[in-house]
Design a protein around this ligand. Structure first.
Ligand code: PLP
Length: 392
């Protein structure tokens, strides 16, 4: 059975060149980067080269890039440390953040008594920036704003530059979870004045278990994992040298081919939307995911016009890997927070969300195979739906 992978927002396959670079590192550069002998120093140089490469891409200084184990760790570190070390008393966020952000916020709320204000998005999934302004002006408390750049379930993008400006005007610190956009969209932090951002290598064909936090030097943030002086004492622990090299190689490939890859994925996304619209009468698309503006080209969030909680399993049995929402909430029986924000109660009861997410490896043939399979599954449901209506 041929297998089709359409869950690239959850994770992406590793590129051969990334694997080769990592294997070479594991074979030849096993030294501990903190050791002063040549084995250690060779490993250290590899890490520092990637740090410089990341810093050049983001137009920041290498000292502002802290390697971590993943996006989750980066976001935890930023939020928890901002409260513990920078005196943050209030956080403004939205209910659509990834769990690693929303749970970190709940943690500092319960342990440290931080006030939390949520901006509820509209049914398109947009955050009202006038509301953000209003909230920022309503209190003198030292505030951190945490708003993700692209939503991992519906792909909505915020105007990250504008949010950063609003935060600066109001003396608030700004953290953006950039896990879904890093290496997919050009990011220039000299121009976009975020204070903190996060990255996870496995979202752009790099390895799992490695990422980084961007921490603007002027913020004065400290680490939460204590121990040795690695990562400028902001994140203790021997670095994942091969993982960092893999991150660097994956970033290099993504940046060199960003235009080609993004054009391809946008074409595939448009093709998928058109094919689905033809094949499944009544299908809708969530948030801004079917639009060109303010929508990440890797994600298309569909809403099937019938209820079928087993859709993921049925597609899997036909060889198609796809998810209904974010990977960390798949398997949950309740609709995700994001879906609760963008769907009506009727849609939650009667429809099925499906997140289709692409990579530069996705082909039109993959999409044809997927749409055919979905059409077969849907045909049964749409007939049952029709029969129910007729018998009412
Ligand atoms: N933030 C967003 C928006 C994500 O999509 C994810 C992963 O799904 C994460 C954070 C967590 O990243 P990691 O898997 O590296 O912990």
């Amino acid at each position: 059975m041929s297998k089709i992978y359409l869950d690239n927002a959850a994770t992406t396959p590793l590129t051969e060149e990334v694997i080769d670079a990592m294997v070479d590192t594991m074979k030849m550069n096993f030294g501990n980067p903190s050791s002063t002998h040549s084995f250690g120093q060779e490993a250290k140089i590899l890490i520092e080269n990637v740090r410089r490469q990341v810093a050049d891409y983001l137009k920041v200084t290498p000292a502002e890039i802290i390697f971590t184990s993943c996006g989750t760790e980066s976001n935890n570190m930023i939020i928890k440390s901002a409260v513990s070390h920078l005196g943050i008393e209030r956080i403004i966020s939205s209910p659509m953040e990834h769990k690693c952000v929303s749970e970190s916020i709940l943690d500092v709320k319960s342990r440290k008594g931080v006030e939390v204000n949520y901006i509820r998005p509209n049914e398109k999934g947009d955050i009202d920036l006038a509301k953000l302004q209003e909230l920022l002006k309503s209190s003198e408390k030292k505030t951190l704003v945490s708003l993700m750049h692209a939503n991992n379930e519906i792909g909505n993008l915020i105007d990250i530059k504008k949010v950063a400006e609003i935060c600066k005007e109001n003396n608030a610190l700004f953290h953006s979870d950039t896990v879904q956009t890093m290496a997919h969209i050009p990011l220039d932090f000299e121009d976009i004045r975020v204070d903190f951002a996060s990255c996870s290598a496995h979202k752009f064909h790099g390895p799992k278990g490695v990422g980084f936090a961007f921490i603007r030097k002027s913020s004065g943030l400290k680490g939460i994992i204590t121990g040795g002086p690695q990562e400028r004492s902001l994140r203790a622990g021997t670095e994942n040298v091969a993982g960092i090299v893999g991150l660097g190689k994956a970033l290099e490939i993504s940046l060199n081919k960003m235009e080609e890859f993004s054009n391809h994925m946008q074409m595939i996304k448009d093709y998928t939307k058109d094919k689905l619209t033809e094949a499944i009468p009544g299908i809708k698309f969530n948030g801004r995911s079917a639009e060109k503006e303010n929508s990440l080209y890797t994600v298309l969030s569909a809403l099937l016009p019938y209820k079928n909680p087993l859709i993921g399993l049925q597609l899997d049995m036909k060889g198609i890997a796809i998810s209904q929402g974010s990977a960390c909430s798949s398997g949950a029986t309740k609709p995700s927070m994001v879906m609760m924000m963008v769907l009506s109660e009727d849609q939650i009861d009667d429809c099925t969300p499906l997140r289709i997410s692409f990579s530069h490896l996705t082909t039109k043939e993959d999409i044809d195979f997927f749409v055919n399979a979905l059409q077969e599954i849907s045909a049964d449901f749409l007939v049952i739906e029709k029969t129910n209506v007729e018998h009412r």
